[in-house]
Design a protein around this ligand. Structure first.
Ligand code: CA
Length: 524
């Protein structure tokens, strides 16, 4: 007991010293760089087999690469709502795309603002309601196109106004971010800015300068590209996200120009016209497998071309931080709203609790705090992002936030009680790509998934994976007697986490559909 008291007193002294030293330093700036649907397979700090991303890699080389950053609900809007609130979807109210974010609730930018931070969001917002808690916002209207995006900002009277732009969206977002940093920011205050790209979201339309980049390359195919979905329950086979059947002519650039101007169309057609003509000519004699292989090359290359523009933009921002003398006292975070299938299992898209979409890239540079070139494999999550931002800024983390600050991990001191298992839940069915509703738990070694609703009907399908033996998750061992104890243990972990995170025991498959979005302010 005596030892406990001593330790607690020592801890109090240590904490006061820590807060004192925090107060003496100017508060760090926070640059949160965020993309949409960018997977580790297309980021060379994780996987150099298909693309080189020197600027994103710079963040990893000068900071920490996280190898197990899991999202709580692998889809765009919900991931963004988790990052605003530090709460799972069932508590922040944004459980599927098409919901409208309740901006009146507690969010991390509001808390930073209350502590003297200047806050801004530039680029993709995708939460339907007007951003709250930001001194400045300039965001894409809805999903946003790749070319000539309308964007919403506050007018002189503070009311949202829509402005038109001509150009490539990724480049426009970078220009706007740099413009805010140089022209609009108050240099006397610390800042937190969210620099958020639409890229590389479907339908992967590259910038003019990259339309022919990678033309002479043949990309390696993923090991699971020809998956036949045996070895798992019905859900994996009943989705509608295969490259083989579900990429449409616009996805494949065989038709359509989206929102381009006549001049942009001319450049586009000069690049895709000859490539498409060659494919159409050969198509009649190509086997089904050869057509799938062509689709993969076309789709993956366009995706990588979009990533390339993101990487260029990140380079410009890092260079600006250097030039402005801001790099030393700025934490730079790179992440995406979820992972993605770049052909693995024959798929595009996300949503599943399977590894490629459960994981998202996370790179963090924070000079003086993070040892350059560190790789971490603790189980972290987008649920932890807002708590981390608050902690970095020296702001108390509200007790009702459900994640944890990553600051101790960044400083090389993972707490003894850090999470060893992670809870996931996906709700959007009926919905795009027909992925069944499911929830589950993983501890990095095993993963238990319960599919509970498909096409508006209740189902009761379970999968269990041994991630060490079967990292590609091709064979569920749920019914294997050898895994009876593992199954029992993972079920107890699932029960424990559902209780800890206050998950409702009965997710009504109709409820999400009834939460219809309202129009965003400024939308017609
Ligand atoms: Ca997304």
């Amino acid at each position: 007991m005596q030892r406990l008291i001593f330790n607690s007193a020592a801890l109090t002294i240590l904490l006061s010293i820590t807060s004192w030293s925090h107060a003496a330093d100017p508060p760090p700036n926070i640059v949160f760089i965020f993309t949409d649907d960018h997977c580790e397979q297309a980021l060379s700090a994780y996987d150099p087999s298909r693309i080189t991303t020197p600027n994103l890699d710079r963040i990893a080389n000068e900071g920490m690469r996280f190898d197990r950053c899991y999202v709580t609900n692998s889809i765009c809007g919900p991931s963004r709502a988790v990052i605003q609130t530090g709460k799972y979807s069932h508590l922040n109210g944004f459980i599927r795309n098409g919901n409208r974010f309740n901006g009146d609730q507690q969010t991390f930018p509001k808390l930073l603002q209350a502590h003297g931070y200047q806050t801004a969001v530039v680029g993709k917002w995708h939460l339907a309601s007007t951003p709250q808690g930001y001194d400045y916002y300039d965001v894409l209207k809805g999903q946003g196109p790749y070319y000539n995006p309308p964007m919403i900002t506050a007018g002189e009277d503070g009311q949202p106004i829509t402005q038109k732009h001509v150009g490539y969206t990724t480049e426009i977002i970078t220009d706007k971010l740099l413009n805010w940093m140089t022209e609009k920011r108050d240099p006397s205050k610390p800042f937190m800015v969210m620099y958020q790209h639409k890229a590389p979201h479907r339908n992967w339309m590259p910038a003019p300068k990259y339309l022919n980049w990678l033309d002479d390359v043949t990309l390696p195919e993923p090991a699971t590209m020809y998956d036949d979905y045996s070895g798992r329950t019905q859900a994996a086979g009943r989705q509608t996200m295969t490259m083989r059947h579900h990429l449409n002519p616009r996805d494949l650039k065989l038709q359509g120009h989206g929102t381009m101007t006549p001049e942009q169309i001319k450049v586009w057609d000069a690049a895709y016209g000859p490539k498409n003509a060659a494919f159409e000519k050969a198509r009649a004699t190509m086997s089904e497998k050869e057509i799938l292989q062509w689709k993969y090359q076309r789709y993956a290359k366009d995706y990588l071309r979009c990533v390339k523009s993101v990487d260029d933009g990140v380079g410009q921002v890092l260079d600006y931080l250097d030039t402005a003398g801001l790099s030393d006292n700025t934490i730079v975070i790179y992440s995406s709203d979820q992972g993605w299938y770049l052909g693995e299992h024959g798929w595009f898209d996300k949503r599943w609790m399977y590894e490629e979409s459960l994981k998202t890239p996370l790179l963090i540079r924070w000079p003086g705090h993070v040892k350059p070139g560190t790789i971490n494999d603790d189980i972290v999550s987008n649920l932890d992002f807002p708590e981390t931002f608050l902690d970095v800024a020296g702001v108390d983390i509200p007790a009702d936030m459900q994640g944890k600050s990553l600051v101790p991990i960044l400083e090389g001191k993972t707490p003894d009680d850090w999470r060893t298992a992670f809870y996931y839940q996906y709700y959007e069915n009926p919905g795009g790509h027909n992925v069944a509703r499911h929830y589950g738990v993983t501890n990095g070694q095993h993963k238990l998934i319960h599919f509970y609703a498909l096409e508006g009907k209740k189902i009761d399908d379970w999968e269990l994976f041994d991630l060490k033996e079967d990292p590609n998750e091709l064979r569920s061992v749920f019914d294997d007697p050898e895994y009876a104890e593992v199954q029992q243990y993972m079920k107890s972990e699932l029960k424990r986490l559902r209780k800890q995170y206050a998950v409702s025991p009965d997710d009504d498959p109709g409820r999400a559909r009834r939460n219809k979005p309202k129009k965003q302010a400024g939308q017609k």
